[in-house]
Design a protein around this ligand. Structure first.
Ligand code: GRE
Length: 333
């Protein structure tokens, strides 16, 4: 299929070479190849797009990025540097590249203002943020975005009419020590990423973020971070057992409704035909967006899988490009 749109595609700052290679090393990824691909914007990346029928991609800063910086001033300065850098890199290539804003999530007002700057000045397509912001003097604090003080930020997303991509980050500090040390193989795609994003997403739902901000659109990757196959059980316990007994959640609707009105999932890094079918059954093809997860995954695996997956043409076009064109108002890119 030609003209596919992809939207969980990472870049890094060339000056952060050491951090980029360390990150690759953490996941047993070839550091040299990774550093080249993640820093390259226009040559290798564009050649892959042309070869595999990708018309447009939205770039975002590689994890853990700004969410790993506990100092609010330093985090904000890095976010601005990244946004200015990538806006400059894609200038003149807007027919092929868009960008998600990178945000410091220490302060809701500041995050809202930076998002607004990026959307208004640079036509960025939304924000991509890693779940939980490291904070506090010892770096042991974790800021979640599901408390009422974040409503000012969510209101800005809906006012600007841009979606928010909730991306995973790795467990650090005491969480790493208590849960993951000794089980290191499970950090990242095998388990920890899905747990982190699942907790944040369901936290937003059960704490009423979408009731207070009904137009908010949240994107999650990796075919829904383990949630779509579990929707029945999550919904059953919240609606049939916890709510009648007067326990939280504070949300008005059933979890399934948020998954059909507020949540999108992408195929980033999860090229499973059977799981795609299940997600279409649970959420409908209208809420699914094709993506690669470059350079953690490659164009060949993602695109040959999607092009070949058995699917009626109408749904394939929706997932491959039409849903994204509507969500991001891409027009005739
Ligand atoms: C990602 O950011 O999506 C990612 C990593 C590391 C390994 C795999 C992966 O940052 O998908």
């Amino acid at each position: 299929m030609f003209g596919k749109v992809i939207l969980e595609e990472a870049f890094a700052l060339p000056r952060m070479k050491k951090e980029t290679e360390a990150w690759a090393g953490l996941f047993a990824i070839d550091g040299k190849k990774h550093a080249h691909e993640v820093n390259d914007i226009d040559e290798t990346r564009m050649a892959y797009m042309d070869k595999y029928g990708v018309g447009y991609q939205i770039l975002s800063y590689t994890a853990p990025g700004v969410q790993d910086i506990r100092d609010p001033k330093e985090a904000q300065a890095l976010a601005r540097e990244i946004n200015d850098y990538i806006a400059n890199q894609v200038k003149g290539k807007e027919d092929r590249y868009g960008c998600f804003a990178t945000l410091s999530m220490h302060d809701p007002q500041e995050a809202a203002a930076e998002l607004e700057r990026c959307v208004k000045d640079y036509s960025f397509k939304g924000a991509l943020v890693n779940d939980t912001q490291r904070s506090g003097a010892d770096g042991e604090g974790m800021i979640f975005y599901d408390t009422p003080e974040w409503d000012v930020f969510w209101q800005t997303c809906t006012k600007l009419d841009v979606p928010f991509y909730l991306h995973p980050r790795n467990p650090t500090g005491a969480i790493f020590e208590k849960l993951w040390k000794g089980r290191d193989a499970l950090i990242g795609p095998p388990l920890s990423f899905a747990q982190g994003v699942g907790l944040s997403t369901l936290g937003m739902i059960t704490n009423g973020v979408f009731d207070r901000n009904p137009k908010l659109q949240l994107i999650i990757g990796h075919l829904g971070e383990h949630m779509p196959p579990d929707l029945w059980r999550i919904d059953h316990w919240l609606e049939d057992i916890k709510k009648p007994l007067g326990y939280a959640p504070q949300c008005k609707k059933g979890v399934r409704e948020y998954f059909s009105e507020n949540i999108w999932i992408t195929t980033s890094g999860n090229f499973s035909g059977p799981l795609l079918q299940l997600c279409m059954t649970e959420m409908s093809a209208d809420r699914i967006l094709f993506s690669v997860d470059y350079p953690f995954e490659n164009f060949h695996d993602a695109c040959t899988w999607f092009d070949g997956v058995e699917l009626n043409l109408r749904d394939k076009l929706k997932i491959g490009r039409e849903n994204a064109k509507k969500l991001f108002k891409l027009g005739q890119y």
